[in-house]
Write a protein that binds this ligand. Structure first.
Ligand code: SAH
Length: 460
């Protein structure tokens, strides 16, 4: 049955945007009925065309900005409004930061129920919030009979052809130019998602911001690339080129990478540093995408851990051991726990190449490994660091942390809502929130990272 709503599909109306959602969409009301409007900013008065109506809210398309928000700016990128990558480029960067800080405070207060007793430090943004990503995955396709390399439009698989992206490393421009001319000159077939035919699916690039080393990996729906020597010849002269490879992905899937790598030229990995710690990054490894702000975040985590050299630290959800290895120099012993076995292999290798001997890694779910170790071996922790995915920590893990009674818990979060929920749980069980620091790792998107320090009420 159709709901009776105040607005109907295809109607137009004028609204003022009062708030913004997690993906940067503007939120306004028409006679009390909420509308979500992509590309509209808080403070804008806009004319919109209604696309879809639900009982309590609807979606509308921006037709015209009647009165612009004082925070509206001209996006640096020509395709900012079409591309699904940046959702906030048209919002003044200082205002982006203010909104992110507010989101974190709101979640701590409303979902965490914590309104006092802690210091909210000013959010740390980037001095130049452009060209910050060290990893890009460009989809390749045919659009209107022509080769298209770029990014997907928001919420679709339509490729917006582009020569540059102002949040990716600048080196990508030369790389994409070379690959594009190779594909055209050699008439290499391009993958078609619908028919599952054609060879070239994606181009993956990674750049070590400290070392300048570059990796290019072509993801193909086949076993080999005809004319691959010609591609290598074009790419290898780009300054910093270190690793060229193919990744085989013959599955009918949206997952970009397959499991198999075929090296074409150079090393199988590139190297980069976060602080003094060196990392080997292969096409399949997980690695933080904004190395400048990652360092800022980890330094805060280190400061909040307050290590003096004698501590036992657990780093839960440790990935390839980045935080563990960063903390190891200041601790007696660091234990890392991570669910993906390949990441733990990388973590052990990273410890080895840095000569770090006081870090040990375990494969498994943090909520299983920690209680097991605690129950059987009576393990101990002075500090526990957690850096969970968006869904936050399992309650059973928080229970074990409380039983282990570390002096400090350092919570690194990529989702303020689940952070708020978990802080509430811990603060009801003897852990006081002391310091909160938001860090902008993903400028021009709605995401924000936060690091928090919690101290046990019962230890001096
Ligand atoms: N601390 C790392 C990675 C954080 S991302 C860094 O800074 O680089 C979150 C990590 O948690 C991912 O590597 C993911 O694989 C892992 N993970 C997800 N669920 C988990 C669980 N239940 N137990 C342990 N690790 C988990």
């Amino acid at each position: 049955m159709k709901e009776d709503t105040i607005l109907k599909k295809n109607e137009e109306c004028i609204i003022r945007i009062e708030d913004m959602g997690n993906d940067g969409e503007g939120i306004g009301k028409y006679q009390g009925y909420t509308l979500f409007v992509k590309n509209a900013l808080v403070g804008d008065t806009v004319r919109v065309h209604v696309m879809k109506c639900k009982k309590n809210y609807g979606y509308a398309r921006l037709v015209e900005v009647i009165e612009p928000s004082p925070y509206r700016v001209e996006p640096k990128c020509k395709i900012a409004f079409q591309c699904g990558g940046c959702t906030l480029q048209h919002l003044d960067y200082e205002e982006q930061l203010r909104r992110k800080q507010k989101k974190v405070t709101d979640c701590i207060e409303r979902l965490g129920g914590i309104t006092e007793g802690y210091v909210m430090e000013p959010i740390i943004g980037m001095e130049t919030p452009y060209y910050y990503r060290n990893k890009a995955q460009f989809p390749v396709g045919i659009k209107n009979g022509k080769l298209a390399i770029g990014f997907y439009a928001g919420g679709s698989h339509t490729i917006i052809d582009t020569e540059n992206c102002c949040i990716q490393a600048k080196e990508n421009e030369d790389i994409i130019r070379c690959v594009r001319s190779f594909l055209e000159e050699e008439r290499i077939s391009i993958y078609n998602e619908e028919t599952h035919e054609g060879l070239i699916r994606h181009i993956l690039t990674r750049v070590g911001f400290v070392t300048g080393e570059i990796m290019v990996c072509l993801i193909i729906n086949g076993n080999d690339l005809p004319g691959k020597e010609k591609l290598v010849n074009k790419l290898k002269d780009i300054k910093g080129m270190t690793s060229i490879s193919l990744n085989i992905n013959k599955e009918k899937t949206n997952v970009i990478l397959g499991n198999k790598i075929k090296p074409l030229w150079g090393e199988p990995y590139i190297t980069d540093y976060i602080g003094a710690v060196k990392f080997r990054i292969s096409p399949l490894s997980f690695y933080q995408v904004n190395p400048v702000q990652t360092r800022v975040l980890y330094e805060k985590a280190l400061e909040f851990a307050g290590l003096e050299g004698n501590e036992t630290v657990w780093d839960l959800y440790c990935g390839i051991g980045t935080i563990s290895l960063f903390l190891a120099a200041k601790a007696k012993k660091v234990y890392g726990v991570e669910i993906i076995p390949q990441a733990i292999e990388d973590a052990r290798e990273n410890a080895r190449i840095n000569g770090i001997e006081n870090a040990e890694f375990f494969i498994g779910a943090a909520e299983e490994v920690l209680p097991e170790k605690f129950g059987q071996e009576k393990i101990y922790a002075d500090v526990i660091v957690v850096d969970p995915p968006r869904k936050g920590c399992a309650e059973s893990l928080l229970d074990t942390i409380v039983l282990m009674a570390p002096k400090k818990v350092v919570y690194v979060s990529c989702d303020p809502a689940t952070l708020g929920r978990d802080l509430k749980y811990l603060s009801a069980r003897g852990y006081e929130l002391k310091r909160v620091q938001a860090v902008d790792q993903f400028g021009h998107t709605g995401h924000v990272e936060t690091v928090c320090q919690l101290c046990s009420k019962y230890s001096s």
